[in-house]
Design a protein around this ligand. Structure first.
Ligand SMILES: [Fe+2]
Ligand SMILES: [Fe+2]
Length: 336
């Protein structure tokens, strides 16, 4: 509906969705000037008169860009910008600060608070419109990337929730691996990568034959070889997405074993990425403590004992396993 094809290009008769600009200034006249200028160019303008109100409006309308005055009552533009850039919902919204001419100090504080651009007052109309246009375009690209990331996570979550045997496995592995990474005091960015890899680590199973995946008995050689492809397939699925870059080695290597007997690369010891060594332990623990087609679940303390015996055979990183069992004990899991 509403589309015409001309020279293989689809022309849509629907108007482009209007970008929303949140304009923030305590000076009513300035706001009206901004509103007049931007609305004639087709932007939807929402106004706020101080930083506090700007935060509320930003949460309410999800703007595509924010124009922020510096000096305002209640909460100034610098503090408002800092909070916007800290908020998970607003951190990717571009902020242009409107500063007084020659105010280098405001600019430095603005940069520290995370502002994306500056315009000096009184502003030149063409300059303001050009900067708003380019940052709105950038926001559109960021939204597209975020959508792709969300699609991937949704896919993993559907796969996780609808698997009759491993129901919720990836979410549990993500939660527990994140807790272990935090217990091991890894940097925040690594904790985040491990948590996200937990959600996505088995996404390659989307390509695994479901008859083989859910087979109640032991797998034959051919079937086992097929299941073993999932870490490489998972890496391939996630590779095009920039956000997934730090997760790729974890996804690929989550079935490696410390003594080199794992797959797909037979990596040994510390050649296995740290995130993968952590995830591997939690992955096996979750498999042991939940019901699988070929056996019922076993209690937490028994699972840890089984894994300690396996670590003695060289399967797992002994130090990480020790941290894991300490963490479970501290957190009051069923360990004796
Ligand atoms: Fe796996
Ligand atoms: Fe898994």
């Amino acid at each position: 509906m509403g589309e015409a094809i001309k020279n293989n290009v689809i022309y849509s008769a629907e108007p482009e969705a209007k970008a929303t600009v949140l304009a923030v200034d305590d000076n009513m006249q300035n706001l009206e000037l901004l509103e007049g200028l931007l609305s004639t160019k087709g932007y939807n303008v929402v106004k706020a008169y101080n930083g506090k109100e700007a935060l509320e409006k930003a949460a309410e309308v999800s703007p595509d860009i924010i124009l922020l005055d510096v000096l305002m009552p209640q909460m100034d533009g610098i503090e408002c910008c800092r909070r916007l850039k800290e908020g998970s919902e607003t951190r990717l919204v571009p902020v242009i600060m409107l500063t007084a001419l020659d105010s280098t100090e405001d600019k430095v504080r603005g940069i520290e608070a995370g502002a994306d651009d500056f315009i000096t007052k009184p502003f030149q109309k063409t300059e303001l419109l050009a900067r708003v246009k380019s940052l709105v375009k950038m926001k559109g690209l960021i939204d597209e990337l975020e959508n792709a990331q969300n699609v991937l996570f949704s896919l993993a979550s559907v796969l996780d929730q609808t698997d009759p045997y491993t129901h919720g496995h990836s979410q549990r592995v993500s939660d527990l691996s994140g807790r272990l990474a935090s217990h091991m005091k890894l940097p925040g960015s690594e904790q985040e990568a491990i948590k996200n890899a937990g959600i996505l680590h088995d996404i390659g199973k989307i390509a695994t034959d479901k008859g083989v995946l859910h087979k109640p008995g032991a797998l034959n050689g051919q079937e086992y070889k097929h299941v073993k492809e999932h870490p490489v397939v998972g890496e391939k699925i996630c590779k095009p997405l920039k956000f997934a870059k730090p997760l790729l080695p974890i996804i690929r290597s989550h079935h490696e074993k410390y003594n080199g007997s794992g797959y797909p690369d037979g990596l040994k010891g510390e050649n296995i990425p740290l995130g993968a060594r952590i995830l591997a332990i939690v992955d096996v623990y979750d498999a042991l403590t939940s019901t699988r087609p070929y056996r019922s679940d076993i209690p937490s303390e028994v699972a840890v004992e089984v894994m300690k015996a396996e670590a003695a055979k060289g399967y797992w990183d002994v130090d990480i396993l020790k941290s894991f069992s300490d963490m479970l004990r501290i957190d009051g899991e069923e360990l004796s």
